[in-house]
Write a new protein. Structure first.
Length: 157
């Protein structure tokens, strides 16, 4: 299975479903199908604001329409993972797996989310180490400058 977390919606699809959604919204009656299709596109957008909007639409559907809850949970997990809200994403994955524990697509998504968490955790650790080393060098240079200043040697850091 390709990494669904990297899938980006084609702009034509987003525009098509956005148009349908807004037409129905203007008429005062948005069908669950139109709302889902628009939300489905939004959570696959390359823009975090779109993804967040899609998450809100999916949450609304989840709370108001019993049919389709599995799909809503799946795309809520994807949307949250795409904006790096990994704990929320895993919450939705676990909720889905309570309904259907052997769903391979969701189990694969869970693995992808865990990999991303691990990778970003390692990147975070590496950044902290690099920041620490950088600060240590700065401190040593500063101390060296102070020592030189005491001896009458001026050195700018």
């Amino acid at each position: 299975m390709d990494d669904v977390l990297d899938e980006v919606v084609p702009s034509e699809d987003l525009q098509k479903f956005e148009k349908v959604y807004h037409e129905q919204l203007h008429q005062g009656r948005v069908t669950p199908k139109a709302q889902f299709e628009y939300a489905w596109c939004l959570v696959r957008s390359k823009y975090a604001a779109d993804i967040r909007k899609g998450i809100l639409l999916l949450k609304d559907l989840f709370n108001s329409h019993a049919e389709g809850k599995r799909d809503y949970l799946f795309y809520l997990a994807i949307g949250n993972a795409r904006i790096k809200e990994y704990n929320k994403a895993l919450h939705y994955v676990k909720a889905f797996l309570e309904i259907e524990p052997a769903n391979q697509q969701v189990l694969s998504l869970e693995r992808q989310i865990n990999k991303r968490m691990e990778k970003e955790g390692m990147i975070g650790i590496a950044q902290e180490i690099a920041f620490g080393l950088s600060n240590e060098r700065f401190i040593w240079r500063s101390l060296s400058s102070v020592e030189k200043a005491k001896k009458g040697v001026v050195c700018l850091v």
